[in-house]
Design a protein around this ligand. Structure first.
Ligand SMILES: C[S@@+](CC[C@H](N)C(=O)[O-])C[C@H]1O[C@@H](n2cnc3c(N)ncnc32)[C@H](O)[C@@H]1O
Length: 240
């Protein structure tokens, strides 16, 4: 099944290069995912193609208007289930690998890219189903966050990454950071690759990698280790 992602933006050109290259480009060319970019300006009714206006109550900047965004969503009826209409927003829930895995199971979804001071609150209250943030910092628009979502989801789709093991070995797939990686030469400027990796003993290497993964997570991201251990405890209790 091909997952379909409809993106609403006032900067469609932002998406051209990223969607044509590398693994994302391949996923689209091979029909594993379909990404359609819609220009919100095409739904503006006036001759200047206005998509924003001044905020009621005063204050700086401009706010994205309701009409073009509601109309753009109406236009998707029939081609997208509209079960998941997501606004990229610094006020949204922070994107996690678990969320990405969940989204990769969806048949389709819509991503709305905000600009200026954001969108009219009536869009948030009446149109969108959830808000997603890519981190606690503010960007100038939702286009880069939308690309982050699309690329992260693409990696979870069978057939996009050649070897599924490289997906499951990635940091955060199972909630932990990845083990360290090395490549040739075995010694560079006096710095040596850990002996165990040259041993050829696959079982010992597997155990070493598991230990590294745990110790690196403990050192660099203790918050993740805590979550991982809590989840593991719950799963173990359910099995018993
Ligand atoms: C300059 S921001 C608006 C910020 C808004 N005034 C606020 O305080 O929430 C413009 C747009 O960029 C996008 N954006 C900015 N930072 C983001 C983040 N961390 N995650 C997702 N989207 C973000 C959103 O679509 C937002 O509507």
């Amino acid at each position: 099944m091909t997952i379909q992602i409809d993106v609403l933006t006032i900067f469609p050109e932002y998406f051209t290069i990223p969607l044509q290259n590398s693994l994302l480009g391949k996923a689209i060319q091979e029909g594993i995912m379909k990404v359609k970019i819609h220009n919100i300006r095409d739904f503006a009714k006036d001759k200047h193609k206005t998509v924003d206006d001044t905020p009621y109550g005063g204050g700086p900047g401009m706010v994205m208007k309701c009409e073009p965004i509601f109309d753009a969503i109406d236009d998707l009826k029939g081609s997208n289930s509209l079960e998941h209409i997501i606004l990229l927003s610094p006020g949204g829930k922070i994107l996690t690998q678990d969320k990405v895995k969940e989204m990769a199971q969806w048949k389709d979804f819509v991503l709305i890219c905000g600009r200026y001071e954001g969108v009219d609150e009536r869009i948030v209250e009446n149109l969108i189903t959830e808000e997603i943030s890519i981190g606690d910092y503010v960007l100038s628009g939702g286009e880069l966050p939308a690309l982050v979502v699309i690329e992260a989801v693409s990696r979870m789709l069978p057939g996009v990454i050649g070897e599924w093991e490289s997906v499951t070995n990635d940091s955060l797939y199972d909630g932990l950071l990845s083990y360290p990686q090395y490549t040739k030469p075995a010694e560079f400027r006096g710095m040596k690759v850990p002996e165990i990796l040259l041993s050829g003993n696959h079982e010992k290497i597997r155990i070493w990698r598991e230990e590294q993964s745990l110790s690196r997570t403990k050192k660099k991201r203790p918050d993740l280790l805590e979550k991982y251990l809590e989840k593991k405890k719950t799963n173990d209790e359910q099995v018993e």
